[in-house]
Design a protein around this ligand. Structure first.
Ligand code: CU
Length: 222
């Protein structure tokens, strides 16, 4: 799969600040190259996937690589920042938002970057004909389909809380992600309640995993 190295480089960029380390099963990103503080280098094969795609990638970041064998990866969720970037990608093992969970301050902006394949990002919001898995009063967003590599979409988050969002073509395949805005109380977040009953199991399972990650990041342990 020609996009492995793109994938990993973007992932590495996305996790520069790290505090919490949580697992996410069933949506493999492989390895520990996204764990610069962990000291685990067992899954850090360097440069072994680099090939002709490098010359056309236009990316200059060179760090780590993708572990195709890894299922269930650690993802680090740092403190909120003013901006965050999420890659949208089609990898050997499926379609992903990477990182799955990002945090921004109130008023912060998330930039979604299409790395490979065709994807969208849209809030679970009634305006998108979806159940509300965003804070009360929050604005919806829907990028529409982004087909070009490098295409971006930005959304600024003015309302504190937990947001789940999905890729329209790949929702049922588990391409779902989360944004935590500010320092919300996990209690009272519509996103963190039981996943919507009318969604397929694949979607419900993914949302449960994301809820776990978000609760973890917010220090909410029961
Ligand atoms: Cu997608």
């Amino acid at each position: 799969m020609p996009n492995d190295s793109l994938y990993t480089r973007r992932r590495v960029l996305g996790v520069t600040s790290s505090v919490a380390v949580v697992g996410l099963a069933g949506c493999s990103g492989g390895g520990s190259t996204d764990n610069p503080e962990g000291g685990d280098t067992t899954a850090t094969p360097t440069e072994d996937h680099h090939d002709a795609t490098d010359t056309e990638s236009g990316h200059h970041e060179e760090e780590g690589d993708h572990d195709d064998g890894g299922h269930g990866h650690d993802e680090e969720i740092g403190d909120p920042t003013d901006t965050a970037e999420v890659a949208m990608l089609t990898a050997d093992d499926g379609q992903h938002f990477e990182p799955h969970v990002v945090r921004v301050n109130i008023g912060g902006t998330v930039t979604f970057v299409n790395e490979s394949g065709s994807h969208s990002t849209a809030a679970y919001h009634p305006d998108n004909d979806q159940p509300q898995l965003v804070p009360d009063g929050a604005q919806a967003w829907d990028s529409g389909l982004l087909s070009e590599t490098g295409a971006t979409f930005e959304h600024t988050f003015e309302t504190e809380g937990v947001y789940h969002y999905y890729c329209a073509p790949h929702e049922a395949l588990g391409m779902i992600g989360s944004v935590i805005v500010g320092e919300p109380d996990a209690h009272g977040q519509p996103a963190l309640e039981d996943p919507p009953a009318d969604k397929p199991d694949s979607v419900r399972e993914k949302i449960s995993e994301l809820n776990e990650m978000c609760n973890d990041a917010l220090g909410h342990t029961h």
